[in-house]
Design a protein around this ligand. Structure first.
Ligand code: HSE
Length: 440
């Protein structure tokens, strides 16, 4: 088959950039055989042109001058892998203005400025392809945009941060503490350079903003997403939750009701032990999607790292070179903010079951007092756990599982529970997420 040459300019020669360069250089033959496209690296731009990298580039293509990429009309596709939001945004806008299609894995940039960048791409008749931004090597964007295109997507439940999933898995299976598990995730290279955004749920929120916008067709911003991280999760709560039949995961959840109202949340979630997402361990990611025609589908794989993410980026380069991305991107119509804002459900109205842990004084009448607070807020108890024997200061941990209730009721009850003189400290509150199962 005749080969078409496609010249690619890479901005950012860090971990993912090295993976992309490696695939383009080492897999050119097999990609040409499969696609009829011969990928060629036109130039690679990075402020650091000195440090040793795990890939050897052809002579003189590494430069610190972005203009070499922007002004080279033979380069059709610009790949932005700089990361961060300021310089990366500027580079993407300049690539689009220079008439290049853009490929990126920059989730933070798209979550914060996606709408502006998409507009610039539409204005220039170009596209932005961003498969590598969510789920690492899992082709989740293409699944939503093409594989599931016939569906009205009603819900998605995702484990989309490998660092958090690794930490929670280690705490669950080995009883490790949070800090030890985080240090291991950092040593293994799963965490961002600054892991704050991993553990506070920010990274998952970035990915949810991108996935939910294309799944539900809304202009979604980070302000639309309720976010809680895993910083204050303890091994004791993971253990108690386990005794009650649950596994703790950091979930990114997007749901759309019949009226088109969307709720978007990232928080630590207890899920049933026999749910398929409960068996996703270590740095792996998985996203379970519910479509009106297909039912439930689940996508699983490595959600981070050099080669899995490079796999997604190179797939985007090929799709852009084939002209597919421009066509699908042209039809990316997101409901404008004026409409979207009215359709985002406030967290207070969202309903779930809850795991509550209180430290109760081991004396008569205590159960009556905390049960009354819950009852006063229309919160019904569906299960409870209290082991025999008291701990320090004659207190005992009591775990309560509630029936479904609105978040605002629970928030008000937690304030009162924290003030009860028969309880010590603030109650722990973790949501229980009942992921529907598509069963015959
Ligand atoms: N730090 C991210 C994670 C990398 O742990 O999932 C991929 O976005």
């Amino acid at each position: 088959m005749a080969e078409k040459q496609v010249r690619v300019g890479l901005a950012g020669f860090g971990t993912i950039g090295c993976g992309v360069a490696k695939l383009i250089l080492e897999e050119a033959e097999s990609i040409a055989a499969k696609t009829g496209l011969r990928l060629e690296l036109g130039c690679v731009v990075d402020t650091d042109t000195e440090s040793a990298r795990p890939v050897k580039l052809p002579k003189s293509i590494l430069t610190n001058d972005i203009n070499r990429l922007l002004n080279d009309d033979t380069i059709q596709i610009g790949v932005e892998l700089i990361g961060g939001t300021d310089a990366a945004k500027d580079v993407q806008l300049k690539m689009l203005d220079a008439g290049k299609d853009v490929v990126t894995a920059n989730k933070a940039l798209l979550a914060e400025h996606g709408n502006e960048l998409y507009e610039a791409a539409h204005r220039n008749g170009r596209c932005i392809a961003f498969e590598g931004s969510c789920g690492g090597g899992i082709p989740i964007i293409s699944a939503i945009r093409t594989g599931l295109v016939a569906n009205n997507i009603t819900a998605m439940y995702g484990i989309v941060n490998g660092t958090c999933n690794y930490i929670l898995s280690e705490m669950t299976s080995k009883g490790e503490g949070f800090s030890e598990a985080l240090a291991q995730a950092q040593n293994k290279g799963y965490a961002e350079a600054d892991p704050t955004l991993d553990i506070n749920g920010g990274d998952s929120a970035h990915k949810l903003a991108i996935l939910a916008s294309i799944a539900f067709g809304y202009e979604i911003t980070l302000e639309d997403i309720f976010v809680e991280g895993i910083e204050s999760v303890s091994k004791a709560d993971i253990r108690y939750g386990g005794e009650m039949g649950y596994i703790l995961k950091l979930l990114a959840i997007g749901q759309k009701d019949k009226e088109g109202k969307v709720s978007l949340c990232v928080y630590p979630s207890f899920i049933a032990k026999d749910n398929p997402l409960a068996r996703v361990n270590g740095p792996f990611n998985a996203i379970s999607i519910f479509g009106s025609a297909v039912g439930q589908v689940m996508y699983y794989g490595r959600g981070a790292g050099m080669m899995p993410t490079a796999s997604a980026v190179v797939a985007d380069i090929i799709d852009a070179a084939l002209g597919n991305s421009v066509t699908t991107f042209r039809h990316l119509h997101l409901k404008p903010r004026s409409e979207t804002e009215l359709l985002i459900e406030k967290i207070g109205n969202c309903v779930s079951r809850f795991y509550i842990k209180v430290l109760a004084k081991n004396q008569p009448g205590v159960v009556a007092k905390y049960s009354k607070v819950l009852g006063d807020h229309d919160i019904s108890i569906s299960g409870a756990l209290q082991h025999e024997g008291a701990g320090p200061n004659n207190t005992v941990p009591v775990v309560i599982i509630t029936h479904s209730v609105q978040q605002k009721n629970m928030t008000a009850a937690l304030v009162e529970l924290a003030e009860l003189d028969v309880l010590s400290g603030r109650p722990v509150c973790i949501r229980i997420v009942d992921i529907p199962e598509d069963k015959d």
